[in-house]
Design a protein around this ligand. Structure first.
Ligand code: NAD
Length: 488
């Protein structure tokens, strides 16, 4: 079967409706939205475009299913997730192709995301049966203290376009494990993978109303009434800090529990004692994975002046050899950016850096023709104050600035309102440990360029977010702690 036939088969199988109360239904008034392939800009699917009333209907369904899902034995909740994991891995190729077509990432990376996204299903299938509490005597010796954990309740998820599968499973799996029902609104640019994943959940026995999906081109008007509804108990958002701030403000009216996975501006610090082979390998993955469109993407390469030129030479050589093209083509490492705005942003940031004195070593412009492609780029000699050091680039541009000593490196690395992840390359163990304490971020890669793992707590500090996804911590985002006292 040709790749084109496989693509159309995969796209044909994706449902076109909203998923509410276990039924696939049309949006109010039969409204639809179109989804495009960013590598060609062609329409690949037309799906339901939910109204605010559709959103509230989805919440009605989640509320109706909450009590019985919370009462479902943890083992059964876990086994549903485990069946979903097995089914997803068995259909890895289909899900990878769908993601590549709607989002643009190279097929090899899409396969990796199926593995990564799937691991949240497996991990939380195992965590569902480990929700525990405490029992003890109070210090006065007059009472018995019981601490138990209850599901938070109906939860609303808003997810971004850059990791269409993993951002959905990272929220749905812990919520289901904890006994919470869900309404999920995927990004309008890449909604198909979430729809296909929920079809898979349905096939492996998802009870009606436990997960509901609304796709819409009017994110804010559809989300606002759900967030304002007193029956909602939890809002979990992954996306930009700008939108996250607005959602926190809306959530404040209900004093809603929130989890926020927001933007980043990751420093990638290369000390003079670093193993440069490791640093270059780490840089390539930390920068160019997902075409640079990751919240964890290295945004600022802060390199000791003694090794900066050699580091730049080596990364430039690797970047020059990268293959740009449609993600389905063999050997492609750089697919399209998500849309024309992303191209414009990369162009503006590079132009600003160059105007302030930086040099473009490789790339530096868009690729003319169909689709939204930008060349993988290396910019050296970036001076403090450049916009490229302040904003999330979200594209395949590797920007290098230099430092002179450790205090200087720490000051530059922490000079941002973000605090998601930092990367440090050094062969000095004591220095590595000092960096764990000194760098202001929720996560750190020490001599590694990629660190996400379902067994680890993913999340940021400062304006990069609130809460953690994955690890033993992940399920607590969906549990309330209850303390009970009874006489001894
Ligand atoms: P975005 O904030 O524009 O959109 C994210 C989601 O929010 C989409 O579903 C969108 O439709 C919806 N949305 C937008 N405005 C809204 C509003 N006013 N009310 C309700 N919903 C609204 O972000 P994006 O462009 O899709 O994703 C890129 C951003 O996501 C980057 O900043 C990136 O760093 C961040 N991100 C963070 C993580 C993390 O885990 N920290 C992971 C992936 C992406």
């Amino acid at each position: 079967m040709t790749i084109a036939t496989q693509e159309s088969d995969v796209l044909d199988r994706v449902a076109t409706g909203l998923f509410i109360g276990g039924e696939w239904v049309e949006a109010e008034g039969g409204r639809t939205l179109v989804v495009r392939d960013p590598s060609t800009n062609r329409v690949i699917k037309e799906i339901a475009d939910a109204s605010p009333a559709d959103g509230v209907r989805a919440l009605d369904a989640a509320v109706a299913a909450q009590a019985s899902w919370a009462a479902t034995p943890p083992r059964e909740r876990g086994e549903l997730l485990r069946r979903a994991f097995d089914a997803l891995i068995a259909r890895r190729e289909e899900f990878a192709l769908l993601m590549t077509v709607e989002m643009g990432k190279p097929l090899a990376e899409a396969r990796g995301e199926v593995g990564y996204g799937g691991e949240f299903l497996r991990w939380f299938s195992e965590e569902a049966v480990r929700i525990t509490g405490r029992y003890g005597t109070n210090p006065e010796g007059t009472g018995r203290m019981i601490v138990s954990q209850r599901p938070v309740g109906p939860s609303f998820f808003i997810t971004p376009w850059n990791f269409p599968l993993a951002m959905a499973t990272r929220k749905i799996a812990p919520a289901l494990a904890a006994g919470c029902t869900v309404v999920i609104k995927p990004a309008e640019l890449t909604p198909l993978t979430t729809i296909a994943f929920v079809q898979l959940l349905e096939e492996v026995g998802l009870p009606k109303g436990v997960v509901n999906v609304i796709t819409t081109s009017s994110s804010s008007t559809v989300s606002a009434p759900i967030i304002a509804d007193p029956r909602l108990r939890k809002l979990s958002f992954t996306g930009s800090t700008e939108v996250g701030r607005k959602l926190i403000a809306q959530a404040a009216d209900q004093v809603l529990r929130v989890s926020m996975e927001l933007g980043g501006n990751a420093p990638f610090v290369v000390f003079e004692d670093a193993d440069l082979d490791k640093a270059v390998d780490g840089a390539m993955i930390a920068k160019f994975r997902n075409i640079g469109q990751a919240c964890t993407a290295a945004n600022r390469f802060i390199v000791h002046e003694a090794v900066a030129e050699e580091f730049a030479r080596r990364v430039a050589e690797r970047v020059r050899a990268m293959k740009v093209g449609r993600g389905t083509e063999e050997g492609v490492q750089i697919g399209p950016l998500i849309d024309a705005n992303a191209i414009a942003k990369a162009e503006e940031l590079v132009a600003d850096a160059v105007a302030r004195g930086a040099s473009v070593r490789v790339g530096g412009s868009r690729v003319e023709g169909e689709g939204t492609f930008y060349q993988p780029t290396v910019v050296t000699g970036v001076v403090p104050g450049s916009e490229i050091l302040r904003q999330e680039i979200f594209g395949p541009v590797l920007a290098i600035t230099t430092f002179t000593d450790e205090d200087d490196a720490v000051r530059i690395a922490n000079d941002t309102e973000f605090g998601l992840v930092s990367y440090v390359f050094t062969e000095d163990l004591a220095r590595g440990h000092r960096m764990i304490d000194r760098l202001e971020s929720g996560m750190m890669g020490l001599n590694v360029g990629v660190l996400s793992n379902a067994a680890a707590p993913f999340g940021g500090i400062k304006q990069s977010g609130i809460g953690r996804e994955g690890g033993p911590e992940g399920i607590h985002e969906y549990l309330d702690t209850k303390y009970t006292l009874l006489p001894l």
